[in-house]
Ligand binder design. Structure first.
Ligand code: NSS
Length: 430
C-alpha cells in the first residue's frame, strides 16, 4: 500500500510503502533512527539490527541527508513521536544517494539560504509557511466563491499603468511599448460592469527600488471589484474576508502555526468588525504619540503605521486619505473633496498595510479632469473612460497583498519567506 505520512493514522498496524527523503539519521549501533519526510509530514523510521535483513541494515547506513528512497514498514502509534506515529522499517530501496547536502543542521546566513531557496523550501519551517500561504489562498478563494464573486483574470502585459508610472516594468511588445501589470484593478472595473461581483488573483509587478521587509518586486494580489457597492460596504467585505481567512488558518494549520511559534491568541481575536479611524484622527494620534512634526497631507511610512496599529489588537482601517496622496481613480468625498472615499487596512503587531481599497470615480467628467491632472493619455485609457459612458454605476474594490498577509498570519520578520521564489531588489535567482 502506497501511503503518505499525512495519512498514516489510517494504517496503524499495517505494512505500507512510503516515498520519502531522509533528512536526518541517528544510530546507537544496534538501532538506526531514520528521520523521513515526504512533503506531507515527517516520521521516524526505526531499524533494529538483529530484526532486519543485514543488506537492508547496510543500505540504511549508507543513506545521506536528502537521499530519496522507498521505505516499507509497519505503522505504530507512539505518544513520544511529534506526529504521534513511528514506522518499524522492514525494507528499503534507495532511489538516489544524495551528494553532500549544502544546507546542514547549523546556522546559515540569509543570502546563503536565499541562494539555495530551491532546496531551502524543503525545510520544515519553510514548508509550514508555504502551506499556510496555500491555506490563506484556499480560504480567500472559498470566501469569494461562496459569496458569488466571479473569477476573472486580467492581463499581465498592459499598454499603460494602473497605479502610477514611477515603478513600472517596461518591456517591448513587438513594436509597441508594454508594461507588466501593477494591479488588475482597471480591468476588474470593466469586469464588474459585466459580472457584478468579480475577483482576480494573480502576480503583480512593481519596479520599486525599496529594500524593506515588506516590499517584493513580484507579489500576488487578490483584487475584488463590486458594482453598486459603496466604500462602507467595501470595508465590510474586507473585514469579513480577512477574519474568515485567519479563522480557517487557525482551524486547519494548527501544527504549522505551532512549528512557527506563532502566538495564536492574537489570531483568535481577528473577528469582524474591525475598528476604523479617519486619516485626520490618525494624524492627531501621531501628534500625541511621538510624531509631533507629522504634517497633514503626508503619506504614512512604516513607523507611523506601526504606531497607529499599536492601539488596536485587530486590523484597523484608516479611511479618507488626502486626495493628493492617493491614486487618480479614487472618488472624492462629496462633502469634503480634499479627501477620498478610501481605506487602507493596517495589520496589527507592526505588520503594516495589507489592503488598499476605495470607491472609484463614476462621473465621466470628473474622471476626464483627473486624466488631465495626472497627465494620463486618453488614448491608452480610452476603454476605461468607456466604462463611465455606458451605464456608469457606483462601484468599489480593493487589493489584498498576499505576501504581507502571510507574513502577518505566520508572524514573520520579512516577506522574503512568504513566497516560494522571492523577487527582490537584488535577487532574481533561483
Ligand atoms: O497599491 S495598492 O495599495 N493598491 C492597488 O494596487 C489597488 N489598485 C488595488 C485595488 O483596489 N484593486 O496595493 C494593494 C496591496 C497593498 O496593501 C499591499 O498589501 C500590497 O498590495 N503591495 C505589496 N506587497 C508586496 N510588495 C510590494 N511592493 C507591494 N506593493 C503593494
Amino acid at each position: 500500500m502506497q501511503a503518505t505520512i499525512r495519512d498514516l493514522s489510517q494504517y496503524v498496524g499495517q505494512e505500507v510503502r512510503l516515498g520519502a527523503w531522509m533528512y536526518n539519521k541517528r544510530s546507537s549501533g544496534k538501532i538506526q533512527f531514520l528521520q523521513l519526510r515526504d512533503g506531507t509530514g515527517t516520521i521516524q523510521g526505526v531499524l533494529v539490527k538483529n530484526q532486519v535483513d543485514p543488506a537492508i541494515w547496510e543500505e540504511a547506513q549508507k543513506l545521506t541527508q536528502e537521499s530519496s528512497l522507498y521505505v516499507w514498514g509497519t505503522v505504530r502509534e507512539d505518544e513520544r513521536a511529534p506526529s504521534g506515529y513511528e514506522m518499524d522499517v522492514t525494507k528499503i530501496e534507495t532511489i538516489q544517494l544524495a551528494e553532500e547536502y549544502p544546507i546542514a543542521n547549523k546556522e546559515h546566513g540569509t543570502d546563503f539560504l536565499m541562494d539555495h531557496r530551491h532546496l531551502w523550501i524543503r525545510s520544515s519551517r519553510q514548508n509550514a509557511i508555504l502551506k499556510i500561504r496555500a491555506e490563506i489562498v484556499r480560504s480567500i478563494r472559498g470566501y469569494l466563491d461562496q459569496n458569488n464573486f466571479t473569477l476573472v483574470d486580467p492581463p499581465i502585459l498592459t499598454p499603460s499603468s494602473a497605479e502610477g508610472t514611477t515603478n513600472l516594468f517596461h518591456t517591448k511588445y513587438f513594436d509597441e511599448d508594454a508594461y507588466l501589470t501593477q494591479s488588475g484593478q482597471l480591468y476588474m472595473e470593466a469586469a464588474a460592469m459585466a459580472f457584478n461581483k468579480v475577483y482576480s488573483f494573480g502576480p503583480t509587478f512593481r519596479a520599486e527600488k525599496s529594500k524593506t521587509r515588506r516590499h517584493l518586486i513580484e507579489f500576488w494580489m487578490i483584487e475584488p471589484e463590486m458594482a453598486f457597492v459603496d466604500q462602507e460596504e467595501n470595508m465590510k467585505v474586507q473585514e469579513e474576508m480577512v477574519s474568515y481567512a485567519v479563522q480557517q488558518v487557525l482551524a486547519n494549520c494548527a501544527s504549522e502555526l505551532k512549528l512557527l511559534g506563532r502566538d495564536t491568541k492574537a489570531l483568535e481575536k481577528i473577528q469582524a468588525p474591525f475598528p476604523r479611524i479617519s486619516y485626520d484622527e490618525a494624524v492627531e494620534l501621531l501628534h500625541r504619540e511621538g510624531f509631533p512634526e507629522f504634517q497633514w497631507g503626508e503619506d504614512f511610512g512604516a513607523p507611523h503605521e506601526t504606531k497607529i496599529a499599536e492601539s488596536f489588537d485587530k486590523p484597523v482601517f484608516i479611511t479618507n486619505y488626502p486626495t493628493g496622496i492617493k491614486a487618480f481613480y479614487m472618488k472624492p468625498d462629496p462633502n469634503r473633496p480634499e479627501v477620498v472615499l478610501c481605506s487602507d487596512m493596517i495589520a496589527p503587531e507592526g505588520y503594516g498595510e495589507i489592503i488598499g481599497g476605495s470607491q472609484r470615480i463614476d462621473d465621466p467628467e470628473l474622471l476626464a479632469e483627473r486624466f488631465k491632472e495626472y497627465d494620463l493619455s486618453d488614448e491608452a485609457y480610452r476603454w476605461y473612460l468607456d466604462l463611465r459612458k455606458y451605464g456608469s454605476v457606483p462601484h468599489s474594490g480593493f487589493g489584498l497583498g498576499l505576501e504581507r498577509t502571510v507574513a502577518w498570519i505566520c508572524g514573520l520578520e520579512h516577506v522574503r519567506e512568504t513566497i516560494p521564489f522571492p523577487r527582490m531588489l537584488n535577487r532574481l535567482y533561483p
